[in-house]
Design a protein around this ligand. Structure first.
Ligand code: GDP
Ligand code: ZN
Length: 456
């Protein structure tokens, strides 16, 4: 368990804004509220009631800022501890000074994700839900957001809870026989053990089957637009980006040369990796020919191989085709507004292909559909019931559980010793517990919560 002290942080983004929120959690929240929030009324703060007043410096009693404050008494708060939230003006210095006042009253600066970690440790949410909170904050498309919200609300946890229920039930029956070894396993109990563990196995299989889809919705698909100079790569990117609603955000990459544009394809975030090349026509890619394009291909989940349909195909096109062999790719024959210079390209025949004109926009909707269908397989991602696994950590733990259950079922049908059977089931339960946080090692928890921002 953690030390039950009182933590505090600025929970709104650093910078200028209409309001800034300072959040405090822990046993001293109420005392801190009384010391630094001056109101027109005296006495204790009523829980969950907003008070208007000012924040004062605890040493001098001078006003720091006009503020609204609310105290949320445990357990009805984000962390299940007493939580104080102070809303002041959203300036860099003013929020900093309010935070300092709180810290001078004995609170400690919170670590990244520490509020959410307390919510988890106090059992208000499980680990899946805690991780989903970061995903909610970081989601860039509607589909990614609703997937994260469903996980935050506990739908994935519910599925996993059902799996745990089945495994525990089977284990309890197995253990009952270990305790009374002289009893023969009766047929009804055997059938129950068998069906519970098969049920858990099938439910895990179903979750694992949906992982690829969940992952791409959550992380996006990295796309490289490949092609020799002048086939229309920049034009295609611009056309994809110009569809106003499609633009999500433009994220500057780690190096100055790499820019990642995010295009929203029916909720699937496409992260188009773009060296300085694809954007401008006077650039490295044009000068260095196909070399840069080839270098980027290995980073891609999907390669769009752009051909110029108005010019004969040549050795450069062939080189690119060879480089994408065995990778997920779509052949995009551009410049459909001009007469076609070739009608057959043997290597292209086995692949998904679409004709477009980056200049007129013809074929772009078909290209978007094709990209979507490449990754999303008809499961109703917009449906309210949609639940998917989206984190590799969850996938790995469930895959380990699946193996243990498979071993259990094999041993069960062989009439193996019950103590051995119990070990398999316990291992499976342990693996599933890593998903929800019951058995997750502390160092993994540290890594998970470090991904949060301070103040969350
Ligand atoms: P990149 O070198 O592959 O990035 O190619 P660009 O996007 O810079 O385009 C090269 C040339 O082809 C430019 O003059 C574009 O205006 C032109 N172009 C691009 N797409 C089309 C198209 O669909 N139709 C026509 N007619 N011209 C195009
Ligand atoms: Zn270009």
């Amino acid at each position: 368990m953690y030390v039950e002290d009182t933590i505090a942080a600025i929970s709104t983004p650093v910078g200028e804004g209409g309001v800034g929120i300072i959040r405090v959690s822990g046993p001293d929240s109420s005392a801190i509220a009384r010391r630094i929030v001056r109101r027109s009324t005296d006495g204790d703060f009523e829980s969950h009631r907003f008070y208007y007043g000012s924040v004062v410096d605890p040493a001098t009693g001078l006003d720091i800022d006009e503020a609204m404050a609310v105290l949320m008494k445990a357990p009805r708060s984000y962390t299940r501890e007493d939580v104080l939230e102070i809303q002041c003006h959203g300036g860099y210095l003013v929020t900093r000074r309010v935070l300092d006042a709180v810290l001078r009253c004995g609170a400690r600066l919170a670590e990244p994700g520490e509020f959410t970690r307390r919510a988890f440790l106090n059992g208000r949410i499980d680990l899946v839900q805690a991780e989903a909170i970061i995903d909610v904050i970081r989601s860039k498309t509607d589909a990614a957001l609703s997937l994260a919200q469903h996980q935050r609300e506990g739908r994935l946890s519910g599925r996993i809870g059902a799996i745990q229920g089945d495994l525990r039930h089977a284990l309890a029956l197995v253990e009952a026989y270990i305790d009374f070894p002289e009893d023969e396993v009766d047929r009804a109990s055997f059938a129950e053990i068998d069906s519970r563990s098969r049920g858990a196995f099938a439910a895990i299989e179903e979750l694992l089957a949906g992982f690829d889809e969940g992952r791409v919705l959550r992380e996006g698909v990295s796309v490289v637009i490949a092609g020799k100079p002048n086939v229309g790569k920049s034009s295609l990117l611009n056309t994809l980006l110009q569809e106003k609603r499609a633009i999500v955000t433009s994220v500057p990459g780690t190096t100055r040369d790499i820019i990642e544009e995010v295009v929203n394809v029916r909720g699937l975030p496409l992260r188009i990796l773009d060296t300085a090349g694809v954007r401008d026509s006077e650039d490295l890619v044009e000068r260095e020919g196909v070399r840069l394009t080839l270098e980027r291909i290995p980073q891609a989940d999907l390669v769009l191989v752009v051909l110029d349909g108005s010019r004969p195909l040549d050795a450069d096109d062939r080189t690119i085709f060879e480089a994408v062999a065995g990778r997920r790719s779509i052949v995009v024959v551009n410049k459909s507004d001009l007469p076609r210079a070739f009608d057959r390209f043997p290597q292209a025949l086995e692949r998904a292909a679409v004709e477009i004109s980056a200049a007129t926009g013809a074929g772009i909707p078909e290209l978007r559909e094709l990209i979507f269908d490449t990754f999303i397989h008809g499961r109703a991602i917009d449906s309210r019931e949609y639940v998917a696994l989206s984190q590799a950590r969850h996938r790995d733990a469930l895959a380990a559980a699946r193996e243990r259950i498979a071993a259990f079922l094999a041993n069960l049908s062989r009439g193996e010793n019950l103590e051995i059977l119990a070990v398999d089931l316990k291992d499976a339960l342990h693996a599933v517990g890593e998903v929800t946080g019951e058995t997750t090692p502390d160092d993994i928890l540290d890594l998970i919560f470090q991904r949060f921002c301070v103040g969350k």
